[in-house]
Write a protein that binds this ligand. Structure first.
Ligand code: MG
Length: 218
């Protein structure tokens, strides 16, 4: 895949796309999942990434594709074993992302104890907004995440409700993986996930328009 620059942070190219599952209590409950005591981590390939005005492609392998709106955190300064008190110094900026999920494929994988990579990893399954620089965000744990489908709001909640904060996640991930400039963390979704189908128009907004993304579904 060609290298993609992070929109809004053009000195960075996308590296790894780390994702966190079950990081909001009411979302874990709506899918009948237990809330994990440690962050639940998975990866999406960078071929999932699309940008504003592009289209999510529904794959023929799935009959039930869901949106999950999430705060996206771009790492600007790498590191290993990053202490919590320094974690936010490693952030370059924030965006809004959609962790698109083939829920039927994920459900089968969960039942068998198989990885989620296929359910989460189809091309176009990670729409990401332009990122805003971190100094435009006073507190990453006080941001509204909102997504609408065809004008109807489906998810709208505050990052206050995260179980593991951005600080916690950067620290935790860096105890396992060396974080690198251009890594992006999708920090989990609040309640309200639902199906999307061909022809839908999806709009997501970080904190009432700090940055937004609009995509269609093909
Ligand atoms: Mg998610």
């Amino acid at each position: 895949m060609e290298k993609k620059n992070i929109p809004g942070l053009p000195h960075l190219q996308f590296r790894n796309l780390f994702c966190i599952g079950r990081n909001y209590v009411e979302h874990a409950q709506e899918l009948n999942n237990e809330v994990p005591s440690q962050p639940l981590v998975f990866l999406k390939p960078t071929s999932t990434i699309i940008f504003d005005s592009e289209s999510i492609q529904i794959p023929p392998q799935s009959k039930n594709v869901h949106h999950e709106v999430e705060l996206a955190v771009a790492i600007d300064k790498g590191g290993t074993n990053i202490p919590k008190e320094k974690a936010l110094e490693h952030v370059g900026g924030y965006g809004i992302g959609i962790d698109v999920t083939a829920r039927d494929i994920q459900q089968k994988a969960k039942e068998k104890g198989h990885p989620w990579t296929v359910a989460k990893g189809f091309d176009t399954f990670a729409p990401l907004s332009t990122f805003i620089k971190k100094d435009q965000v006073e507190d990453p744990q006080n941001l509204n995440l909102q997504i609408s489908v065809n004008g109807e709001i489906r998810q709208s909640d505050s990052t206050k409700l995260m179980i593991h904060t951005v600080t916690d996640l950067i620290h935790y991930l860096s105890t396992i993986f060396t974080l690198q400039p251009g890594d992006v963390i999708l920090t989990g979704t609040p309640k309200g996930v639902s199906a999307i189908t061909q022809g839908d128009k999806i709009e997501a907004s970080l904190d009432n328009g700090l940055t937004t993304i609009s995509v269609t579904v093909d």
